[in-house]
Design a protein around this ligand. Structure first.
Ligand SMILES: Cc1cc2nc3c(=O)[nH]c(=O)nc-3n(C[C@H](O)[C@H](O)[C@H](O)COP(=O)(O)OP(=O)(O)OC[C@H]3O[C@@H](n4cnc5c(N)ncnc54)[C@H](O)[C@@H]3O)c2cc1C
Length: 377
């Protein structure tokens, strides 16, 4: 794999940098982490700005080089993150692009790209997190609709979402992986109750979602009835394989800020601390190279990321926690300043080894599907 920019890549990078330099100073201030309607408007506004400038679909269409350059340059410049657009842009949208009908792609993909509609993910349930195929939310056919009853938990962005990628059990008699169906559910349908959950970091970024005889048209089914597990694997391959890659660049930026802070406050003289910063720098550089490899490999196999994403997810989520622990050591009391994001970011880093599949589950995947070790049970 050639890691250097091609002449076209270099030109794309230069054009993007120039555009970011012009547009970023004109953006309004970011809303507070607790202001979900404000965050939704801000994040969708940024997506619209990207759309108008021709950058909206870089995650989907562009060559791997262009996609990674986009992530690298936007993060380096401190551009807004996808935020409320996370599910739609980074895994529901790509799943619909890969598995939806032409009509479904035409209905759902353009509003995601234009920053008009927010998606959430209704996969996890009480007792069906790591063991996702144990989900119990039921759906049965009634004419042209599925009627859905049950509950979901940890649904990020549910409060402000327009659509939900929803997993339901359509054949309770079948073996557990075989009776599941993937539906797109409009979040304003009667029968849906969203109850926000407050996290350790203080914000209510996810929610419980209760479903009481919610009617979802059969035309909103992606893939065949009872073939939802296969479609889910496509969604998870995007979620674990490519959805977090831009954040590696953000971590490298934070690491740079810590080195500057350590020089300023005298901590740089501590060789143990310098070694920690050096080790993290090496880790994030390696993760970025792994990302380049994963994204190129995905391209070579028809656009679907492979199980290499589990190696990335495992190491990245741990390195992120080490980064924010190190930040607390470097900054001391400064890291507790309520006006700066350090406390929030350190607390929320704890969730990364759980969200999108825990570290233990990623280790199982690496052991069984990459190393070919026998199944534990
Ligand atoms: C910030 C955040 C956002 C999230 N957003 C969403 C969302 O938008 N939509 C959604 O559907 N879900 C979401 N989730 C849920 C997330 O996917 C689940 O929390 C995760 O899959 C773990 O499931 P669980 O919480 O039920 O834990 P459990 O499955 O109960 O696991 C508990 C512990 O047991 C371990 N364990 C379980 N099974 C095994 C095994 N076979 N081998 C080894 N160890 C095992 C786990 O690793 C873990 O340490 C989110 C979670 C977080 C933290």
């Amino acid at each position: 794999m050639d890691l250097a920019d091609s002449p076209e890549d270099a030109e794309f990078r230069a054009r993007l940098r120039e555009w970011l330099g012009k547009v970023l100073p004109t953006l309004p201030p970011k809303p507070s982490p607790d202001d979900w309607p404000g965050r939704r408007a801000y994040d969708l506004g940024w997506q619209r700005t990207l759309y108008d400038a021709g950058y909206a679909d870089v995650h989907w269409q562009a060559t791997p080089g262009v996609r990674l350059i986009f992530l690298e340059e936007t993060e380096k410049a401190g551009a807004p993150y996808v935020g409320a657009g996370f599910v739609g842009l980074l895994h529901a949208g790509p799943t619909i692009a890969a598995e939806g009908t032409a009509g479904q792609r035409a209905r759902w993909l353009p509003p995601i790209l234009r920053g008009e509609e927010v998606w959430c993910q209704g996969f996890s349930e009480p007792d069906a997190g790591s063991d996702l195929a144990a989900l119990r939310t039921r759906a049965w056919r009634d004419g042209d609709d599925y009627v859905v009853s049950g509950s979901k938990i940890w649904t990020s962005h549910a409060e402000v979402a327009d659509w939900c990628e929803l997993l339901v059990r359509t054949d309770p008699g079948a073996p557990k992986h075989k009776g599941i169906t993937w539906l797109a559910m409009p979040m304003d349908t009667p029968g849906i109750t969203v109850r926000p959950l407050r996290t350790l970091a203080g914000s209510a970024e996810f929610a419980e979602v209760f479903l009481d005889e919610v009617r979802v048209p059969v035309t909103h089914r992606v893939g065949e009835e009872n073939d939802g597990w296969r479609v889910t694997m496509v969604t998870l391959s995007f979620e674990r394989g490519t959805a977090f890659v831009g954040e590696v660049v953000a971590c490298r930026r934070v690491l740079g800020e810590l080195a500057v802070a350590a020089r300023r406050n005298g901590r740089w003289d501590d060789p143990v601390l310098r070694r920690r910063l050096g080790a993290l720098n090496a880790e994030f550089r390696a993760l970025w190279r792994l990302t380049q490899w994963n994204v190129s490999a995905a391209e070579a196999q028809g656009g679907l990321p492979g199980v290499g994403g589990s190696v990335f997810k495992l190491r990245y989520s741990q390195a992120r926690q080490e980064l924010y622990d190190t930040a607390a050591d470097v900054l001391g009391d400064e890291s507790l300043d309520a006006d700066r994001p350090w406390v929030h970011d350190r607390l929320s880093s704890l969730s990364y080894t759980i969200a999108a599949g825990t570290s233990q589950i990623q280790r199982n995947i690496v052991a069984e599907r990459i190393l070919g070790l026998p199944k534990g049970r």
